[in-house]
Unconditional design. Structure first.
Length: 192
């Protein structure tokens, strides 16, 4: 069945790229198709190929509003794939923060929190938990003052902060964060 699914995805990719080719490599729809293909490759565990696809999107995105969003998303996906491959030093997402800061203010809340989270995770993976703690605390402070609903991001940041604290041997500080998450997960599973 998996081979059949991969074959169908390959056929869909061939058809979609043929159609997108007529639009041009830098056309927003072409880049969107490449984003989807990159996600499909990532879902299949083909990280190297996914990274190449996401890089193509990042390099091809113009500096218009949707292009900046597409570029940031592609760069975030690259960082995630590198982390999953254990290549955290490459995934230190500071360059993505620069990209986010060029986005219009109203669009940058989620991407910025995501990029800060990626930086924090990469720093923990690189055995730099004190720097990770600083980054994640700054992200939590930003999320607390946001006018946009960011509850899920706050929970993710909180879990990764607990990881940074644990890596520093500060288990007593990390424990309440983990307990809060467990309680939230229990509430969510009961509600479902």
């Amino acid at each position: 069945m998996d081979g059949q699914c991969c074959s169908r995805r390959g056929e869909a990719w061939d058809c979609s790229t043929d159609d997108a080719g007529a639009l041009g490599e830098r056309h927003p729809l072409t880049l969107e198709i490449r984003q989807f293909h990159g996600r499909a490759l990532a879902d299949e565990g083909r990280s190297e190929e996914a990274i190449r696809e996401f890089r193509t999107v990042a390099d091809g995105a113009d500096d218009y509003r949707q292009g900046r969003i597409a570029r940031f998303y592609a760069l975030s996906c690259i960082a995630a794939q590198l982390c999953m491959m254990g290549r955290a030093e490459e995934a230190e997402a500071r360059k993505f923060l620069e990209e986010v800061d060029r986005m219009p203010v109203g669009l940058r809340v989620y991407p910025r929190l995501s990029a800060l989270n990626s930086v924090g995770k990469a720093l923990v993976d690189q055995d730099r938990p004190a720097e990770a703690e600083e980054t994640l605390r700054a992200a939590l402070a930003e999320s607390a003052t946001s006018t946009v609903q960011v509850g899920n991001f706050q929970r993710i940041l909180d879990v990764n902060l607990a990881s940074a604290l644990t890596a520093q041997g500060r288990h007593t500080e990390a424990h309440p964060r983990v307990v809060r998450l467990r309680a939230l997960l229990a509430e969510t599973s009961v509600a479902a």
